[in-house]
Design a binder for this molecule. Structure first.
Ligand code: DLL
Length: 437
């Protein structure tokens, strides 16, 4: 299949770096000024840090500014961070967190236009255009996934199907019957939809027209992508975002699938050391910090996403875009498990587990405290029924492979097909840390 470097707005997406940076600086200065003048929280914070908006003279000066954390949003719940009167707000969303106060994010109509533009560009990077039927199997509620995808698809003139989650069998039927060509979902739901389709006697690869997927909202590895692509016979694009940054559409892969382009005319990104907050060099892994440059209702300064990634060491891509790329998100800093003093990211486990030909894409990680020691259990569902001896042999083999990668020795338990819990939409819950319960 010939691949084309689709761009919605080449004059922006492939603009010379100098132009992008000039625009970023102008917008950064405006953002800081608006926050300082209209949001008492930022006025106080900048004053305390001894910074005035005029002090921002170069892009590097962003480093003088204090970080904003999720907790700041909680403390200012619900409307404390607005830079506009509430009458100008036309939509809100909230975090899906289950404990404590939610975090509210707000949008003016200008924000919704920006968001639609970013999502439209993102879809276009995967070749989506008018004539496509975009099946949006993402929550349409407090979660930003559904509406973000919806606005972007419609902006392109494509048909947006507001499917939502749950009712999985019905989705399978509708995807087939409507002739949907693009799937929007969280990766674990793209898997589940395919599994249910096969149970219904519908082969998603052959019996549907889906050829492109836009998947995100949770950590997923390259091995997971391979599995999902094969099941659907589609090309999946990793899409990143968070409610505090409008929602999906902050960064997306191009057709080369080698890092995610950040829409830098709207976002200034840094990667910093999680402990010191000091900026890191390209290719060094740390926490992604984002300053939105066009947020109208709720400007944020140096937002600490807590997501672990790195800036790629290049500003040119064979697709022609000049917008900087970040690596796929490795996970959230608080997803990192510390097991007997060793740091383990679930993504590293997923990569090894899913490289096993006998393994289904369903696995679960459980951590327990046994006496003085932490114990890591990895449950993996086989993709066919195996006898006990075979299970033991394969579990032993996987245990050794995992130990080589993550340094910790897990206990591997192989279970029969269909034994591990499934989700009918929403973010996967694959890690159970009983030490925290
Ligand atoms: O998950 C927005 C979104 C919807 C993105 C649909 C992509 C597709 P939140 O619910 O606020 O917003 O969760 C944001 O999800 O900080 C990451 O930890 C994680 N995340 C989002 N995209 C990716 C991705 C939406 N592509 C949090 N890869 C973020 C890995 C992701 N993690």
């Amino acid at each position: 299949m010939p691949v084309k470097p689709y761009m919605l707005h080449p004059h922006i997406e492939a603009a010379p770096r100098k132009e992008i940076e000039k625009l970023q600086l102008q917008r950064l200065r405006e953002t800081v000024k608006r926050a300082y003048e209209n949001v008492p929280f930022y006025h106080k914070k900048l004053k305390e840090a001894g910074i005035k908006p005029e002090d921002i003279r170069s892009l590097e000066d962003v480093r003088k500014l204090p970080f904003t954390y999720k907790d700041d949003l909680r403390q200012n719940y619900p409307y404390g961070l607005l830079a506009v009167p509430i009458e100008d707000v036309v939509e809100i969303h909230a975090s899906s967190g289950t404990t404590g106060k939610p975090t509210i994010v707000a949008y003016t109509s200008k924000d919704l236009e920006n968001w639609a533009e970013l999502m439209a560009r993102s879809f276009a990077a995967g070749g989506v255009s008018r004539g496509d039927i975009v099946y949006i199997a993402l929550g349409y509620h407090w979660f930003t996934g559904g509406l973000g995808f919806h606005y972007g698809a419609q902006k392109l003139g494509a048909l947006a199907v507001p499917a939502g989650t749950g009712y999985t069998q019905r989705h399978v039927m509708m995807i087939r019957d409507l002739g949907a060509t693009v799937l929007g979902a969280v990766p674990n739901y793209a898997l589940r939809l395919a599994e249910v389709a096969l149970e219904m006697g519908i082969d998603p690869a052959k019996d549907t027209r889906i050829s492109v997927g836009f998947l995100g909202a949770e950590m997923w590895s390259e091995e997971m992508r391979k599995r999902i692509n094969k099941l659907w016979d589609m090309d999946s694009y990793d899409i990143y975002g968070m409610s505090e940054l409008y929602g999906p559409g902050t960064a997306v892969e191009c057709h080369l699938h080698d890092g995610l382009h950040v829409w830098e005319d709207h976002y200034l990104v840094e990667v910093v050391d999680p402990k010191t907050g000091e900026p890191l060099e390209p290719e060094e892994e740390g926490v992604l910090v984002v300053t939105p440059l066009t947020h109208d209702a709720m400007p944020l300064i140096r937002y600490w996403t807590n997501d672990i990634t790195k800036l790629l060491d290049t500003t040119s891509c064979d697709c022609g875009r000049t917008m900087r790329k970040i690596a796929r998100i490795k996970g959230r800093a608080d997803d990192m498990l510390i097991i007997n003093g060793v740091n383990v990211f679930p993504q590293a486990i997923e990569l090894v587990v899913l490289s096993q030909p006998w393994a289904s894409p369903y696995y679960q990680i459980v951590v327990e405290r046994e006496g003085e020691l932490d114990r890591l259990y990895v449950y993996v569902e086989a993709n066919r029924k195996l006898d006990e001896k075979e299970k033991e042999r394969l579990a032993e083999q996987l245990k050794h492979q995992l130990r080589e990668t993550i340094i910790v020795t897990p206990r591997v338990i192989i279970v029969d097909p269909g034994q591990l819990p499934r989700q009918e939409g929403g973010k996967a819950k694959r890690v159970i840390d009983k030490r925290k319960m």
